[in-house]
Design a protein around this ligand. Structure first.
Ligand SMILES: Nc1nc(=O)c2c([nH]1)NC[C@@H]1CN(c3ccc(C(=O)N[C@@H](CCC(=O)O)C(=O)O)cc3)CN21
Ligand SMILES: CC(C)C(=O)C(=O)O
Ligand SMILES: [Mg+2]
Length: 309
């Protein structure tokens, strides 16, 4: 085989790369923005082929890919590795990487250093960080370093312990009012977009007219400029219950179990591999090989080809 180009490189480019500017244009034209998470090369090629606008390498990788029970343990090294793989599968979609818990909160310097790793090592086009308050300063520092930042308010899973669990946020007037202040502050700090997670739709409805940057919702109702879902959730790749905001567009877990069961059954019954999955050797080469084996061992009649003639 010659050095074969990646599958996606063989497709004719069908649209220009998504940029911060084109996302803003989409908002202004009232076109919904589609975002989805991806964590590796194959998932990236799928979301690219499906034409999504933004791809998030979420710290949800901790729960969806690594099997942990929260996003807190995710590290920059892990998310950089996954982001690099996703980058290789994208051509036009806009790549955002989550800054994991503990990689940006302590200082502006720490935040900028972490964000730079995603840009330099993985080719991320933006980073996302969770929270308002002092995190607005972290966002501003990263923007000042020339890296686009996506904010994230509402249910912020990295600080779920402080929020009293993975619970919808902004359900009190006080909380909702603070969220508006944080959203405006993140916008003022230069964020290029904002994610709103698990808040009442009516709160998002009130927030939308106040914001000029694209707002991507997950469990924030239908009025946001776009939606984001987790890859495993939308495809039904994991067993068990999902959050209220999840819609499953497929149930691939069951299909995958069936496929692997089929494989196991065929191996056990000797049906796989069949002849078409096996390599042939020229009869004269096989004969010569068997003769040399016979010489090595001093007697003949071995058939070690493994397959009946
Ligand atoms: N697969 C997956 N999808 C996600 O969206 C996701 C992750 N994993 N892991 C990291 C965080 C955790 N997230 C979650 C997880 C669970 C709920 C959940 O079950 N929420 C309750 C809220 C109940 C309440 O507010 O009282 C729900 O029923 O929706 C919400 C967000 C979002 N992120
Ligand atoms: C759910 C999205 C917004 C996220 O932050 C993640 O997947 O980590
Ligand atoms: Mg996240």
């Amino acid at each position: 085989m010659s050095a074969s180009p990646r599958v996606i490189d063989q497709q004719a480019p069908s649209r220009a790369p998504v940029t911060v500017t084109s996302l803003l244009e989409k908002k202004h034209h009232g076109e919904k923005i589609v975002m989805v998470t991806a964590y590796d090369y194959p998932s990236a090629t799928v979301v690219e082929a499906a034409g999504v606008d933004m791809v998030l390498v979420g710290d949800s990788a901790a729960t969806t890919v690594l099997g942990l029970d929260s996003t807190v343990p995710a590290t920059v090294d892990e998310l950089v590795m996954l982001s690099r793989a996703v980058r290789r599968g994208l051509r036009t979609a806009f790549l955002v990487s989550d800054l994991p818990f503990g990689s940006y909160e302590a200082s502006d310097l720490e935040a900028v250093k972490s964000a730079q790793r995603f840009v330099k090592e993985a080719g991320a086009q933006a980073v996302k960080l969770e929270g308002g308050g002092v995190m607005v300063d972290r966002a501003r520092a990263i923007v000042a370093a020339g890296i686009p930042v996506v904010g994230h308010l509402g249910l912020t899973p990295q600080t779920a312990t402080a929020l009293g669990g993975l619970r919808a946020q902004g359900k009190s007037a006080a909380q909702a009012t603070r969220m508006v202040a944080d959203a405006l502050a993140l916008q003022e700090a230069g964020c290029c977009a904002l994610v709103l997670e698990a808040i009442p739709a009516a709160v998002a409805d009130e927030l939308m007219p106040l914001l000029e940057i694209p707002v991507i919702g997950i469990g924030a109702g239908a009025s946001t400029d776009g939606q984001v879902l987790v890859w495993h959730d939308l495809l039904g790749l994991l067993e068990g219950r999902t959050a209220k905001f999840v819609k499953q567009y497929a149930h691939l877990h069951g299909q995958m179990v069936e496929a692997v069961r089929g494989y196991a059954t065929e191996v056990r019954q000797g049906e796989f591999p069949a002849r078409e999955h096996t390599y042939a050797i020229a009869p004269e080469e096989l004969q010569a090989f068997q003769s040399s084996l016979a010489q090595l061992h001093g007697h003949g009649d071995h058939d070690i080809s493994g397959y009946p003639a």
